[in-house]
Ligand binder design. Sequence first.
Ligand code: PRP
Length: 183
Amino acid sequence: MRSDAEKILLTEEEITAKVLQLGQTISTDYANKELLMVGILKGAMIFMADLVRSVNIPVEFDFMAVSSYGSANKSSGVVRILKDLEQSIEGRHVLLVEDIVDTGLTLKYLLENLQTREPASLRTCTLLDKPERRQAEVTVNYNGFTIPDEFVVGYGLDYNEKYRNLKDILVLRPEIYQKQGEE
Ligand code: PRP
């Protein structure tokens, strides 16, 4: 294990098995529908890439990028869209794909925003759910793992843009992010 990790929370094998399972459930649920999966950059990129290959129905995908608000105004729930969808979603079956739902503020904003575009349906899928941190009530339709309130990185999740490429999901040692915060 890496020296900057406190522990491995989820191994590559556990993640792979879960993504496959999610893909199968989604394939069943959307069997006769045209599905558009929308990944939220950048964290969801790795999960999204595996998930779209785990479904066995025709699927289209697109991405959105939203600003990551600073810690000071995080609770405001204000999210800025940096990159929007390339197509209209009116009448489409849309599945929003996130790596993690934490406070829920990002997802709440996105759901409200996308709902105004009149999709046929709008659901959410996240690999990780951290319910202890929730500030906004949001419905997670497909969840990979419910996790405790720990600082996790890997498989798309970052600390200061690093660790996204790790295959496992790790709990970062507090010294790593506390040290940085004091600089
Ligand atoms: C993360 C994650 C979600 C959001 C969840 O993104 O990908 O989009 O935070 O947090 P919330 O439930 O408290 O709103 P982040 O802003 O870190 O950007 P990134 O995906 O580029 O890493």
